[in-house]
Design a protein around this ligand. Sequence first.
Ligand SMILES: *[C@@H]1O[C@H](CO)[C@@H](O)[C@H](O)[C@H]1NC(C)=O
Ligand SMILES: *[C@@H]1O[C@H](CO)[C@@H](O)[C@H](O)[C@H]1NC(C)=O
Ligand SMILES: *[C@@H]1O[C@H](CO)[C@@H](O)[C@H](O)[C@H]1NC(C)=O
Ligand SMILES: *[C@@H]1O[C@H](CO)[C@@H](O)[C@H](O)[C@H]1NC(C)=O
Length: 566
Amino acid sequence: MHTKKISKALKMIAATVVIFVVALCITIAATRANSNNEKWRKITRKPHIIVMIADDMGWNDVSFHGSNQIPTPNIDALAYNGVILKNHYVLPVCTPSRTAFFTGRYPIRDGMYGYPLKAGEDRSIPLNVTLMPEHLHRLGYATHMVGKWHVGYSDDNKTPVRRGFQTFYGYYNGYITYFNHTITQDNQTGFDMHRDNQNELKPDMSNKNKYATDIFTDEAVKIIDKHDDDQPLYLQISHLAPHSSDGLETLETRDLAEVNETFAYIQEIHRRKYAGMVSALDESVGRVVAALSKNNLLKNSIILFMSDNGAQTFGLLENYGSNYPLRGLKFTLYEGGVHGVACVYSPLIKHKARVVNDLFHITDWLPTLYSAAGGNVNELGVIDGINQWSNIKKEKIIGQRKSLLVNINPEENLESAIIGQYKILKGSSALYDGYFGDNVNDNDPSGPGYNVEDVIASPTSQSIADTTGNATTYKEILQLREQSKIICKSFSKFSNCSVRCLFNLYNDPCETTDISDKHPEMVEKLEYYINEYRDVLVNQKGGTVDINSYPRNFNGFWMPWLNSVK
Ligand SMILES: *[C@@H]1O[C@H](CO)[C@@H](O)[C@H](O)[C@H]1NC(C)=O
Ligand SMILES: *[C@@H]1O[C@H](CO)[C@@H](O)[C@H](O)[C@H]1NC(C)=O
Ligand SMILES: *[C@@H]1O[C@H](CO)[C@@H](O)[C@H](O)[C@H]1NC(C)=O
Ligand SMILES: *[C@@H]1O[C@H](CO)[C@@H](O)[C@H](O)[C@H]1NC(C)=O
């Protein structure tokens, strides 16, 4: 009896201990699960967004589109490991294109559709239109920009740090010289390099005589190195390269002797220099991706690479870029001006290594990235962009774009739009109507050919492999490269489009043959489409340079020169 009681008591103690231990285990497990949730929460939180914009880079100036002339292994690695946007449309020049990117709106809505801003011109994206960095900052992003601004700076409130960026290191105008960092307007030469933050706008000489592409890359890497993974990052790197500049030497390379050696097989000296500029830009992409990987940010990043418009192969500030095989060049509404290089890479895209043929427009990036950042696109107000994030991820086929306005420029009588495979184009000055890609001896037999191993060995590809455990294979790369090429059947004759042309872009991507006689119904449909947009067009202001802006008034710098309107 007594022993029974004791044994019963012992059993009870044992049971209590068991219960206690079980409870403890559950508690520990729950704590573990919580910390897993914590990790999971961190992994699934807002992605870092890195945007790299090349200036005046042509369709044929990246090697993933099929050219062997200028190897771009880092840009190619980004493309092959991500999604190649084969039908990505932009505006034909800098200011309109950057306006469209920042606002998600066709620049006709904001008087920003035409000739790019001159240094000292008092015009900007209207202050009541919110820009991409401001939207993202509202979602909790740290926002930084390096490089080119070019959407207005006449007073402080129009500068990047008053329009959504926390820091800015770069230039306000359309371009600068690569080493001297100056731009000349009306014979007035001034420095245009600034280190701005929320408290001050500071002209900067600390990187004098350094090569612009390297300066911007160094700044970007510093921002990435300092960045705390807990906060989402929006970093925009708007390169000067491969724009030409206006000093004595318009195509400036970091080291011409080295460029002469590397690109000895390119006979045309300007094209050879251009190759050096593009090559430095490609290195920059590799350094940025490597920095993201080193800092453990790449796993949760979206990286967009694109050109703002086609290459200026001819005329003012020509850069010897190539839009081959597309017709036309920068400033024109032909494909060479508006059908741009673009690719997007992210470990968050599961169906990667794809060429997407759907229409994309540069205005789509605001809603697309805003959506990727967890924002509700209805908060973006009146925009023309379409949220294509699910299309990029290939999750659901929604939000595909079926049509786009290329541009309306009433002062120059230029207009164009695309619906499906049809493009209408009106008014184009005779001088620029030709195809200007044939200054390039593209497949020079003395050149290196295409080296897939260089792509796989590039810092970009290596960083992607380090972060995700795999990268696109040799065989896939060759297939993707084939799919990325645009093939044209004939170059023999080009229709004159000064009045009007209708092209079928599927059969005739190089816009050789006007088919408006055969498809009057399409002409009518496209004209109606353009007319609808005429109602929202706000005319662009004059383009006069204010002499009060001259650098001699500001210690030799181009600076905001007007008082801010409160
Ligand atoms: C900005 O203000 C102008 C002038 O008041 C107005 O016409 C325009 O519609 C406004 N734009 C937006 C996007 O609110
Ligand atoms: C710039 O200087 C040149 C040579 O002195 C002169 O011919 C030209 O008119 C000047 N241009 C302007 C806009 O002042
Ligand atoms: C840069 O400035 C120096 C003098 O400060 C001048 O000799 C040189 O020509 C300039 N370079 C360019 C590309 O304008
Ligand atoms: C590069 O090559 C060009 C053309 O052959 C030549 O004029 C120039 O002097 C060379 N420059 C250097 C630094 O080697």
